[in-house]
Each structure stands twice: as structure tokens, then as C-alpha cells.
Design a protein around this ligand. Sequence first.
Ligand code: NAP
Length: 256
Amino acid sequence: MRLDPRFADFHPASDLLEGRVVLVTGAGDGIGRAIALLCAAHGATSVLLGRTVEKLERVYDEIRSAGGPEPAIYPMDLSGAMPPDYEALAARVESELDRLDGLVHNAALLGELGPIEHSSPEGWQELIQVNVNAPFLLTRALLPLVRRTATAHGHASIIFTSSGVGRRGRAYWGGYSVSKFAIEGLNQVLADELDGASGVRVNSLNPGPVRTRMRANAFPAEDPQTLITPEEAARGWLWLLDARDLHGAALEAQVP
Ligand code: NAP
């Protein structure tokens, strides 16, 4: 597998996202970290949402030492966050940044892989909470600001992060696979609702196999050097954040 040429050959100017605000969940590690860094390198103010403050602070420092716009750190454990927490987040983004051009739903848990009949109910619920309920609650709380940003500036983007097992079920991928099917459903329903003049683009993107902790946990015997890096994968998100004509699509970041 290799990065889709649309993304590999995308070399935008470093001010592509200047003045724009992009919130990334799971911004402390893996693909989310790479997306936040790449957005900042192209001028965006990144809102770094994640559960491990030290990781978010490291990303903050990396952005600042590279000369990027000052990011905002928003520590939040999506497994325990309740609706008022999302409302508080939305109020803070609105009052401090006054716009949201990109909402990147990236954070996810892999959970335990194994047969459905051996899946623990507690593990299943946590997985659905982080992978499905959190993107729903975050979208619901932030949509007014995203819509207002699109009206004022002509364009805004919501991106859901999918997986191959969210498009075709596979044995032993349990709640993770089911949660990614739900994400595809959320993508389709929201895209259909926002079709028309809102200016909000809604799409899902499957990164394919990427060299991260999650991938290593799922495939411990695999040689990570055979996989694309999070930095390469992040180019797909940058491309999609800028894409004005794409709406309701389910994209693949990699091609055979
Ligand atoms: P990763 O390296 O495990 O990173 C996941 C991120 O989500 C981390 O920043 C993690 O924070 C955060 N997160 C997990 N649980 C959270 C919670 N309860 N609250 C807040 N943040 C939480 O995974 P990745 O490989 O980068 O995956 C990123 C996305 O791509 C996921 O949606 C995944 O399903 C999808 N994906 C990945 C691959 C792949 O090959 N890597 C393939 C297909 C799809 P901490 O670091 O603090 O734990």
C-alpha cells in the first residue's frame, strides 16, 4: 500500500490554513499528532484535544519551536466526558478563537480483539463511548460554530476517521469494527443533513495501515518499516481540510 497520489503530490503553500482553526482529537500521539503538526505548519491554529496532558504539551512545544501559531491545549478524556463537558469545550473555542474551520475526529480505542462472544460488556461500552458517542457529542456541540465559520468564510470541514473494518466487517475485530461502521453512518447522515448551502463539508477518511502504536498493538509481528508514517498519512487530512467540492465521501488514504 502507498499513499494516494492525490495526497502524496499535494504540496500546498505554507500559508494554506493561515488564520484558520482546526481541532484534532487524539492530538498527542500517532496520526492525530501528525495532523495537528501539519496543520500548524500550514498556518492553522491547532486545538489539541487529548487525554494525556504531557503528550499535548510536547506537541504544543513542537509547534511553537517550529514557529507555528500558538495552539490551544484541551485535555479531555473522551471515555468519561459528559454532554456538559462538550458544551464547555464549544463555549471556550467560541470565546477564545471565534471560529472553527476544521473538526477532525481522530481519537479512537482499538479495544480487545477477539470473538464477539468473548468481548467484555465494559470494554465494549468504553469503545463505543470513545469511538462513537464522543464524535457525536463533539459534533453536536461544535456544529453551530462550524456552520457559522462556513457562512462567514465560505468553507469548513468535518472529517471522521474510519478504518477498513468499518467498511467491511472482519472476524475478531469486534467493537472496534462496529464503532467504525457507526462512524461511517454518522458521516453519511450528517453529510446528508448539511447538503446544500451550509458550506460545511463532511467526509470520512480511512488512513489504511499506518506506523502507530495502535497498528503495532493490532499486528505485533508486522515490520513497522513496511508502513507509511503518520506524517505521510496526515497529508490526506490536510488535502481534505482544503477540499471545497467533496462532500459525503468515504475516502481511502492509501492505494494498492
Ligand atoms: P494511536 O497511536 O493509538 O493514537 C490514538 C490517539 O487517540 C492518542 O492520541 C490517544 O491518546 C487518543 N485517545 C485514545 N483514547 C482516548 C480518550 N479516551 N480520550 C482522549 N483521547 C484518546 O492511534 P492511531 O493509529 O494514530 O489512530 C488514529 C485514528 O486512525 C483512529 O481513529 C484509528 O481508528 C484510525 N486508524 C488507524 C490505523 C492505523 O494503521 N494506525 C488504521 C485504520 C484506522 P493517548 O496517546 O493519550 O492515549
